[in-house]
Design a binder for this molecule. Structure first.
Ligand code: ADP
Length: 809
C-alpha cells in the first residue's frame, strides 16, 4: 500500500518535470518561429522571456535527474547551481537597473520589439532562485536539510500562486505590478507546477509526508488544503465579477468576502474539532483496551508459576516477574537495567550472549533453550540450579525485545533420578528373581531326578516284590507329582513377571495333538482310559504360524487333567479350523472327558490361580491349582480364548481357540522329522555329558540296561574333545555344567571340521522353560529330555534319534 502511494507521488513529480520541460521547449520554439500564442498565451499579455524558457528546460531536466543514479544527481546539482547563478544575476541586475541584464542575451531584437514587455520579471528571477535553492537541499540524506528544500519550494509556490490568482482576477496586467515587470501567465503556471514537482520529490519528510500520513494530521491536511486554496480563490473571483457587474460597491464586496471567509473558516474549524473529538474518543477507547490488556498481562506475570524475564536488544533486563524474584532471590529493582547474564553461571555467559545475538538475527521467533545440553541458572547467592527455558523475540519500532520463560528443574530432575533408580532397582530385582527361579529349578530337579531315576531303576528289578515294590512305586508317583508342582510354580512365576515371549514358527496341529496324546498315553493306559483323536479334514495336513511349545503346554495340561479326573470311560481330543478368511484361521481344540465333572457353582473359579474347585477332590487327585491359570495366560497372550463346559458326574469339555496365520506350504518345513521309536535292541554308542555324579550314575544304569554302550564326560570341554576323537551315535548333553556349559559345547561340536559334527545331540536338563528350549535349538541341539528323566522316555528318545542317524546313513 505504502509502496504504491510512494510511486504515485514519484509519478506526480515526474509528470511535473515533463510539463515544465515541455513548457520551456514550446516557448523557445515560439521565439524561434515567432509563434505569438506560444510566447504570450493571449494577445496583449506579457510574453515569457526566452531566458525564462531556458530556465524551465533546465529545471525540468534537473527535476528529472534529482533521484536518479549518483552521477545523474550530480548533474542535477550542477544544473541547479547554474540556474542559481543566472537567476540571481538577473534579479540583482534588474533591481539595480544595471545596463546589462542576462535576459537580453537571447533574441535581443525580438525582445525589444515585443509589446508589451518581454523582460524576465524580478518575481520570475526570484522564483528560479528559490527553485535552485530547493534543488540543492531536496536530495540531501539529512531530514532537516530536505525540509529546508521543501520550504524553498513552498515559497516558490506562493509566488506562482499569487501571479496565477492575479491573472484569474484580471489583475495580471494591473498597472501597480508594472514596475516589477510582469510575470507571463504561463510562467506563473510553470513555476506552480515546478513547485509541486519539487514538493513531491521528498515523501519522507516535511509537508508531503504529513499530508500523506495515516493519522489525524494527514486527514486534516487532506481536507483543509484544497478547501483553503480553492474556496477563497472562488469567493474572491465571484466578488470581483459581481463588483464588475455593478452589483455592489467595493466595501460591500470586501464585507461579503470577509463574511464568507469567516463562515468557511468557522465550518472548517468545527469540522476539525469534530475530527479531533472522534480521534480523541477512539484514542481513549484504545487506551482503555491497552490498559485492560496491560492489567491482564500484569496479572498473568504476577501469578505465573514460571520466571518470566524480558530484556532489550542490548540484553539488559526490562521485566522481572514475581516468580523470577523468588526463584533468583533478586528484587525487581535490583535487576532492572542489569545485563541478562547476571542470571547465569559464569561459565555460560560468553556463550549465552552469542546465542541470544544469533537468535536475534535469525528468522525463528521462539525456541526452547538448551537444545545443545542442559542449561543452568544462577541465583543471587551464587548457587546454581538446572533449568528449562524458552526464548522468544518481538520487534517493536525496530527495537528487539527478548522474553525468556524459565522453570526450575531441580525437583523434576530429582524425581527423574529417583524414577531411573527405582526402575534400575526393579530391573535388578527382576533379574535376580529370574536367576533365583532358574537356580531353584535346577537345584530342586536335580535331587528329584535321582529320586525318580533310582525308583524307576528299582522297579525294573524283578527281585523287588510285594509291599516293598508297592512302596517304591509310591515314591515314584510322589516324585512325578512333585515334578508337576515345581514345573507349574516356575511357569506361573515366569508368566506373572511378563517374561514370557512367543516364538513363532510353522507348526502342524495334527503333530501337536499326537505328541500330547503320546505323552499322556502311559498314564491313561494304566487306568484303562481310551484316548480318541478327531481331526477335521481341513486341518489334517495344514501348517500354521504359532508357538508349538506353548500350545503343547496348554493342550498337555488339559489332557492330563482330563485323564486325571476321569475314573472310567474315554477322553476325546478334537481339533478343527473354524471361521477362516484369506490366510488367517481360527483353530479350535477341545478336550472332552467322561470324568467327575465340575459343579456349576465352581465353574467361575476355574482358570483362577491356586483354585482347586473341589478341595476334597483335589486332595484325592493332587495338583497345585495353577495349570488352568497358566493355560489362560498363555492363550490370552496368543490372542485366543479358553473356556469349559461341564456336568457333574458326566464329564467336562475344555476348549481353546486361537487365531493363526495359515502357511502356504504343507511340506515338512521347520517340523522335527523324527525317526521310528522302534529301533529294536541295537547297541548304540552314546556319550553322556553330565557333571553331577548321581545323575550320571542313573542315566548310565538306564542306558546300559537297554543294552547301549555309554561313555561319559563330566563337562562340555571333555565332551568336545571326546567327539573330536571318536564317533558316537548320540550325545545326551546336560546344560548347566562347570568349565563349559552344554550350549557352548554343542556350538563347538557343530563347528568341528569332521563328520562327527553331525551327531544328534539331545539336551538333558532340568531347564525346561519354553524359551530355554528355543535356545537349545538355536545352539544346534536336536531335541530335549526333561529331568527328572523317565526311563521309558529316555529309551524312546535314544531309539528315535539313533534310528534317524541310521536312516540318514
Ligand atoms: P490342578 O493342578 O489342581 O489340576 P488346574 O488349574 O489344572 O490345577 O485345575 C484346577 C481345578 O479344576 C482342578 O483342581 C479340578 O478341580 C478342576 N478341573 C480341571 N480339569 C478338570 C476336568 N477335566 N474334570 C474335572 N475337574 C477339572
Amino acid at each position: 500500500m505504502m509502496v504504491s502511494r510512494t510511486s504515485i507521488l514519484r509519478g506526480t513529480s515526474d509528470i511535473a518535470a515533463a510539463a515544465v520541460l515541455l513548457l520551456g521547449i514550446s516557448v523557445l520554439i515560439g521565439w524561434m518561429l515567432d509563434v505569438e500564442p506560444l510566447k504570450r498565451v493571449m494577445p496583449g499579455y506579457v510574453t515569457m522571456n526566452p531566458l525564462t524558457s531556458v530556465c524551465f528546460i533546465a529545471s525540468g531536466v534537473a527535476l528529472w535527474l534529482t533521484d536518479g543514479s549518483p552521477m545523474q544527481r550530480r548533474a542535477a546539482l550542477i544544473i541547479a547551481v547554474l540556474l542559481l547563478i543566472v537567476s540571481a544575476w538577473q534579479l540583482v541586475a534588474d533591481l539595480a537597473s544595471a545596463a546589462f541584464q542576462p535576459d537580453e542575451i537571447l533574441f535581443a531584437t525580438a525582445i525589444n520589439q515585443s509589446v508589451p514587455m518581454s523582460r524576465m520579471a524580478p518575481s520570475t528571477a526570484a522564483g528560479f532562485v528559490l527553485a535552485a535553492a530547493s534543488f540543492m537541499f531536496i536530495h540531501s540524506e539529512i531530514g532537516t536539510t530536505r525540509s529546508a528544500g521543501q520550504y524553498f519550494a513552498l515559497a516558490l509556490g506562493c509566488i506562482a500562486l499569487f501571479s496565477t490568482v492575479a491573472y484569474t482576477y484580471g489583475a495580471g496586467t494591473h498597472a501597480a505590478l508594472r514596475p516589477f515587470n510582469l510575470m507571463a501567465l504561463h510562467t506563473s503556471w510553470g513555476l506552480f507546477v515546478l513547485a509541486i514537482g519539487l514538493l513531491f520529490k521528498d515523501t519522507r519528510t516535511g509537508l508531503i509526508s504529513l499530508i500523506m500520513s495515516q493519522g489525524l494530521a494527514g486527514q486534516l491536511l487532506r481536507l483543509m488544503i484544497p478547501a483553503v486554496i480553492i474556496v477563497p480563490t472562488i469567493l474572491g473571483w465571484l466578488t470581483i465579477r459581481a463588483q464588475e457587474q455593478g452589483f455592489f460597491g467595493s466595501s460591500l464586496a470586501v464585507t461579503m468576502l470577509a463574511t464568507f471567509s469567516i463562515i468557511l473558516l468557522f465550518i472548517l474549524t468545527v469540522a476539525t474539532a469534530r475530527m479531533i473529538q472522534e480521534a480523541d474518543a477512539e484514542r481513549q477507547r484504545r487506551m482503555k483496551v491497552v490498559r485492560a490488556s496491560e492489567e491482564r498481562l500484569a496479572g498473568i506475570l504476577a501469578i505465573a508459576a514460571d520466571a518470566i524475564i524480558s530484556a532489550d536488544a542490548d540484553q539488559k533486563i526490562t521485566l522481572f516477574n514475581g516468580w523470577a524474584e523468588s526463584l533468583f532471590g533478586y528484587s525487581r529493582a535490583e535487576v532492572l537495567g542489569q545485563p541478562l547474564d547476571i542470571l547465569l553461571p559464569e561459565r555460560f555467559r560468553k556463550h549465552h550472549a552469542a546465542y541470544v545475538q544469533e537468535f536475534g538475527e535469525g528468522d525463528v521467533k521462539a525456541r526452547p533453550m538448551g537444545e545443545a545440553g542442559q542449561i543452568f541458572a544462577r541465583r543471587k547467592d551464587g548457587s546454581t540450579f538446572p533449568a528449562e527455558a524458552s526464548i522468544s523475540k518481538l520487534a517493536i519500532d525496530d527495537q528487539l525485545i527478548y522474553t525468556v520463560v524459565m522453570r526450575d528443574m531441580t525437583e523434576k530432575r530429582r524425581a527423574d533420578m529417583a524414577l531411573i533408580k527405582a526402575k534400575n532397582d526393579a530391573e535388578a530385582a527382576m533379574r535376580s528373581q529370574s536367576e533365583f527361579l532358574a537356580n531353584m529349578s535346577h537345584e530342586i530337579r536335580t535331587p528329584l531326578n535321582s529320586i525318580a531315576g533310582f525308583t524307576q531303576l528299582l522297579l525294573t528289578n524283578d527281585a523287588l516284590q510285594g509291599q516293598l515294590r508297592a512302596q517304591v512305586a509310591k515314591i515314584k508317583n510322589s516324585a512325578a507329582a512333585l515334578t508337576t508342582v515345581v514345573n507349574d510354580i516356575l511357569d506361573y512365576s515366569k508368566l506373572e513377571e511378563g517374561m514370557l515371549t512367543l516364538s513363532m514358527a510353522p507348526l502342524s496341529p495334527k503333530e501337536l495333538v499326537y505328541n500330547c496324546v503320546s505323552i499322556v498315553s502311559p498314564a491313561a493306559n494304566a487306568r484303562d482310559i481310551e484316548i480318541d483323536v478327531e481331526l477335521s479334514p481341513n486341518l489334517d495336513e495344514r501348517r500354521y504360524l504359532g508357538d508349538a511349545n506353548r500350545m503343547q503346554q496348554v493342550l498337555l495340561n488339559l489332557l492330563s487333567n482330563a485323564v486325571k479326573f476321569t475314573e472310567r470311560g474315554r477322553v476325546t481330543v478334537k481339533a478343527r479350523e473354524e471361521d477362516s478368511d484369506d490366510g488367517c484361521a481360527l483353530i479350535r481344540f477341545e478336550v472332552i472327558d467322561t470324568g467327575i465333572g465340575i459343579k456349576p457353582e465352581n465353574m467361575g473359579r476355574l482358570f483362577r490361580r491356586f483354585s482347586q474347585v473341589d478341595s476334597s477332590a483335589s486332595r484325592h487327585y493332587g495338583g497345585t491349582g495353577l495349570g488352568l491359570a497358566i493355560c489362560k495366560r498363555i492363550i490370552t497372550l496368543m490372542g485366543g480364548q479358553i473356556g469349559a463346559e461341564s456336568e457333574p458326574g458326566k464329564g467336562s469339555t475344555f476348549w481353546f481357540h486361537l487365531p493363526m496365520e495359515r502357511m502356504a506350504s504343507t511340506a515338512d518345513d521347520g517340523a522335527e522329522h523324527r525317526g521310528s521309536d522302534d529301533a529294536g535292541n541295537v547297541q548304540r554308542s552314546i556319550l553322556l555329558v553330565e557333571d553331577i555324579d548321581l545323575n550320571r550314575e542313573i542315566a548310565v544304569a538306564m542306558l546300559e540296561r537297554a543294552g547301549h554302550a555309554v561313555d561319559v564326560a563330566c563337562d562340555g570341554a571333555q565332551a568336545v574333545s571326546k567327539v573330536t576323537d571318536r564317533h558316537y551315535d548320540l550325545i545326551l548333553m546336560d546344560i548347566q555344567m562347570p568349565t563349559m556349559d552344554g550350549i557352548t559345547a554343542t556350538r563347538l561340536i557343530r563347528s568341528l571340521d569332521s563328520e562327527n559334527c553331525a551327531v544328534p545331540i539331545i539336551a538333558m536338563t532340568a531347564n525346561v522353560l519354553p524359551d530355554e528350549v528355543d535356545r537349545f535349538h538355536e545352539a544346534g541341539m536336536n531335541g530335549h529330555i526333561r529331568k527328572p528323566v523317565e526311563l521309558d522316555d529316555l529309551i524312546a528318545q535314544v531309539n528315535r534319534w539313533t534310528s534317524e542317524t541310521r536312516a540318514a546313513v
